[in-house]
Design a protein around this ligand. Sequence first.
Ligand code: GLA
Length: 380
Amino acid sequence: MNVREMVQDAFIQRFGDPAELLVRAPGRVNLIGEHTDYNDGFVLPMAIDRSVWIALRPRNDRRVQISSLEKETPGDFSLDDLHKDGPNWYEYLKGVAWALKVGGDRLQGWEGVMSSDVPVGAGLSSSAAIEMAAARAFAQVAGFEWDPALMAQAGRKAENSWVGVSTGIMDQMASAACQEGHALFLDCRSLHYENIPLPVGVSVVVMDTATRRGNVDSGYNERFQQCQTAARYFGVKALRDVSPKELTEKGRGLDRAVYRRARHVVMEDQRVLDAIEAMRAGDVVKLGHLLNASHLSMRDDFEITNEALNIMVSIARPQPGCYGARMTGGGFGGCAMALVDAGKAEKFAGIVAYDYQAKTGLTPSVYVCHASQGAEVVAD
Ligand code: GLA
């Protein structure tokens, strides 16, 4: 049974009738543009074919009752009395309800069953997928319009202010606004976006190192602070406003580490723009080079790769059919991704998994990913 069937089945077990609504929201893999989102820059993620699913039905009152096939304790809360109950899995849903309410949306209660096949902590945005599935459910039940940017902003607000994790807007936007077969070219300042078709004949392969980011928040928050420091030094709102030329001309007065952080962000923004051009021109070789350069920049300048990610990428790159490879997501563990000739992708995945295991003793998960649709109501 797939996740969709599992939540539908569990709904019948629990409530006696089939669900009235089925929503899903995907995780994402970022093709390029890492740690640029909170610098008001550019990103290029795509939604993956792993998602959070919720089977549900509206209630006549203002309660939300939700159980998860992955968790023992169900969530039960009133939309009239939203308060934090500690580190529960359903705080993500509650946080979204709170953010939507603060944003002026009129909410109605519902009850349902949730399940997910987005791996947790792998850098594939399992929490943004929960947030956007919840937002999709609230929007459909209360009958308000699905505006991807507004919904993503509510998801980010839930994550930052309710759950208490610092993130940019990329993950929620990817989960909310991606289109099947496309990557999402997003300007994280204006939230203007464009769905760009993926080049023909190539596959995106996700390579999960089986290492998990340890103390991610401290690393992430430190990078966040360093970027702010650099932006202040240049006298701009965000590093998005610094050009590569300005960086080299005026950056010398910066602390060395802060300079390297800034260099990653400024050059990564440029790489995203170059990647868009390469995609439009169907130049996958150039796209692959940009991915490789992005990884080096994260390894040497931004310093967010761990050894496992570096090993994975170095195994992937020389394989037949591989155009380029890089770590993806927040870093410090989790996944890398590669752009591979479609005809060679399955074989590539097998070889990379084998070699990685032989070299590290860790059992990775390496699979071809299809660019899926963003958050949607699948059936009602
Ligand atoms: C995490 C955050 C995103 C983004 C990436 C790095 O996934 O949630 O907002 O900052 O890291 O690109």
